[in-house]
Design a protein around this ligand. Structure first.
Ligand code: FAD
Ligand code: NAP
Length: 314
């Protein structure tokens, strides 16, 4: 039986594995169906992970993550290249069910992340990472003193529009209705911000550009086409939380999740179920940053270690 099963091999899962194995757990397996590294490996530049800054050319997400698996494996973490279908628990033992095998584990950390939804306009996929972004904290600085557009009308879109307004010269906030679903105080702050221009009842038709990246966005508003010449467009139309592994046969989740499907944890990454932890973008109130996911993973790894040592004293 495994001491610990880690589901997901991004920054949270890898760091959880490092802390658990280096802390003394022997049989720790990280289940990751792709190469370890997580979604940051899709990013062409990362400049906010402390301690590893490179100005020219900027550090890529792939370069940032490249040494992580080797460091973790050195302390004993094992990688099982498999997609986990389901995690269950009975008689104090977890079962990890993959495509082809079943494993038993004393404790589990879920680090499967979440995936920003795409809005579906023309050019969105083509220019993703080349002007189309789903992360203002990650990419906002690249548009310092430039004009950008934000799509969406929820809390994330409005909060990120405010964040971008601190950096950029102007923010066009494009929303498909004339009512926002964000919290009223956030709407009020957006309304009062001189740098944010609302583009309401509007639909993005196309993002266009060249091999160098986005040059503008065409928007249909009140039957008229607007051509906003912006080099960056930030899409915030909701998230898909990767929580399928926690769904049980009766339709319930293995532990408590909020209305958005994010796993509810306390400050020690404990879920509502003993021995089950969640770390990184899958959890409530996640900052959705590599450094934060790694921090969560460290906490969860140490907590799992304590749990196994306390409850399985063999
Ligand atoms: P993830 O990195 O999403 O890792 C989850 C892993 O779980 C994935 O590797 C996935 O394959 C695996 N997985 C999922 N389901 C299963 C399953 N059922 N079985 C097995 N494996 C599974 N953050 C920053 O700090 N700075 C930046 O500049 C930055 N830029 C970004 C740019 C882009 C384009 C993107 C997409 C993200 C960016 N981020 C950035 C955000 C950052 O990547 C995430 O916050 C971070 O990766 C979250 O780590 P995680 O370990 O929680 O999840
Ligand atoms: P969200 O609340 O689901 O809002 C998504 C927004 O995108 C909506 O305004 C929606 O328009 C729009 N949209 C969806 N699909 C679209 C498409 N294809 N094209 C154009 N627009 C599209 O998502 P979120 O803002 O990420 O928030 C998710 C959850 O986290 C919410 O419960 C939110 O309250 C919470 N959250 C809370 C805070 C906070 O409390 N500070 C911060 C961030 C998020 P419609 O309005 O027309 O549907």
């Amino acid at each position: 039986m495994l001491d610990l099963a880690i589901i997901g091999g991004g920054p949270a899962g890898l760091t959880a594995g490092l802390y658990a194995t280096r802390g003394g757990l022997k049989d720790v397996v990280m289940f990751e169906f792709g190469m370890p590294g997580g979604q940051i490996t899709q990013s062409s530049e990362i400049e906010n992970y402390p301690g590893v800054f490179r100005e020219e050319p900027p550090l890529t997400g792939m370069e940032l993550m490249e040494p992580w698996p080797k460091q973790c494996m050195h302390f004993g973490l094992k990688h099982e290249m498999a997609q986990v279908k389901k995690v269950t628990k009975s008689n104090n033992i977890f079962k990890i069910i993959t495509d082809s095998q079943e494993f038993e584990a004393k404790s589990v950390i879920v680090c499967t992340g979440s995936t920003p939804k795409r809005a579906g306009f023309k050019g969105e996929d083509e220019f993703f990472g080349k002007g189309v972004s789903t992360c203002a904290t990650c990419d906002g600085f690249f548009y310092k003193d430039k004009e950008v557009a934000v799509l969406g009308g929820g809390d994330t879109a409005l909060e990120e529009a405010l964040y971008l307004a601190n950096i950029c010269s102007k923010v066009y906030l494009i929303h498909r209705r004339d009512k926002f679903r964000a919290a009223p105080p956030t709407i009020e702050r957006v309304m009062k911000n001189d740098k944010i221009e609302l583009v309401l009842n509007a639909h993005i038709q196309e993002v266009y550009g060249s091999t160098m990246g986005v040059e503008g966005v065409k928007v249909l508003k009140d039957g008229k086409e607007l051509d906003l010449k912006v080099p960056g467009i930030f899409v915030f139309v909701g998230n898909n939380v990767n929580n399928d592994v926690l769904k049980q046969d009766d339709g319930n989740f293995l532990c408590d999740v909020n209305d958005n499907g994010e796993v509810i944890v306390n400050l020690n990454m404990h879920t509502s179920l003993n021995g089950l932890y969640a770390a990184g973008d899958i959890r409530i109130n996640a900052a959705k940053q590599v450094v934060c996911a790694a921090g969560d993973g460290a906490v969860a790894g140490m907590e799992a270690l304590n749990y196994v040592q306390e409850h399985f004293n063999d």
